[in-house]
Ligand binder design. Sequence first.
Ligand SMILES: Cc1cc2nc3c(=O)[nH]c(=O)nc-3n(C[C@H](O)[C@H](O)[C@H](O)COP(=O)(O)OP(=O)(O)OC[C@H]3O[C@@H](n4cnc5c(N)ncnc54)[C@H](O)[C@@H]3O)c2cc1C
Length: 401
Amino acid sequence: MSEQRDFDVVVVGGGVIGLSCAWRLAQRGARVAVVERGEPGCGASRVAAGMLAPVGELSFGEPELLELTLAAARLYPEFVAELEAASGEVTGYERLGALHVALDRDEAAQLRRVHDLQRSLELEAEWLPPRKCRDLEPGLTPSFHGGVWAAGEAAVDPRALTAALLAAACAEGVEALTGTEVVGGILEGERLTGVRTRPAHESGKEVRRELSPDTGDNVIRAEAVVLANGAWSGATEWLPERARPPVRPVKGQVLELRRRDGEPPARRILASERVYLVPRGDGRLIVGATVEEMGFDTAVTAGGIHELLREAYRLLPDVAEMELVDAIAGLRPGTPNNLPLVGPGEIDGLVLATGHFRNGILLAPLAAQAVADLLSNRRSSLTRYRPHKDERAVAEVGQTS
Ligand SMILES: Cc1cc2nc3c(=O)[nH]c(=O)nc-3n(C[C@H](O)[C@H](O)[C@H](O)COP(=O)(O)OP(=O)(O)OC[C@H]3O[C@@H](n4cnc5c(N)ncnc54)[C@H](O)[C@@H]3O)c2cc1C
């Protein structure tokens, strides 16, 4: 039998972005439901390495993204402290610092160029000779050409973060509907006034947009629908085509290793041009990540594992002795210009919180703040970003008055 329920906001997708938005909205008094077709955090948020690394992830020609990632990194310590207090759970947040190492001459030339850019932007990044790199991380390969030390970079355990967000959101009154898929939108004229849901194991291919009482689907009415379904948001067939954000899945494979003697696998985040290694407090080492345009494919491949292990071994030879615990793949929500899409959608009632590509764990506090500000009619005191109506994938960043 179908059921209808009313909320102020319904959030589609229970990843790090959807849960952060739900928590912040509920804190401001909104009645919020999160609809997640699997378990919370079962998408990209489960696979992410959890680096909070605006300096190391810097690319040429992306000043707007840098502004967002720096703002988010500044918010993080307070965000996790508040979250841990509200949820009673730890997030694994730690300011480890990151060491980017050049393994050969070509890599050194490229790393020098990136370091010049970092310095021109006055970012915290210092060039170190091999001896000083080894002081920071004794297990590094014996022969390399120096590195860049970014002392301010941090990491969080995304699975612990998701669990803490879920607990904090539920404590604030958010209703988490797991194992439930959004299969339709309720459109009244040009306005989205809710969604239609179905138990995930029952949902098939059929998509309906109109409200018809005999479908058997449950209906959630809400003032606003926040689209936070990550890599799937560009394929949201229940939205009119013009309202679907230009998001595509970008596959990433990662490995989890563990030292068998229980010692920490590394002290810092380590990276070369082709791989990064992120140590977790529980003794695991995350090795990431491939970047593949493969649609919605999430197969772990022999080639992917080979590439990651080879490059990890070149950087940290101890890797060869570690236990291989897991190999997984996830889908980053990519946009045409690598900027996230957060703000009003193309139809009334729709709010976007998607397209966070390689930085969704880092950007979560900022996205949540922007969505909560938007829906409580406040202008963000820090940074606002919204999709540009003409180019559709341009984030607007700036201090607001
Ligand atoms: C290999 C890899 C490494 C990464 N490393 C980092 C990193 O170090 N640092 C960093 O900041 N970011 C990293 N990222 C990026 C980060 O993981 C993502 O940007 C972030 O997780 C996106 O969060 P999300 O909530 O938007 O998406 P997701 O976590 O994918 O959540 C979307 C959710 O929506 C649900 N959903 C989809 N459709 C529906 C529907 N119709 N109804 C109900 N539910 C639905 C899905 O089941 C899913 O749980 C990495 C990503 C990958 C793949």
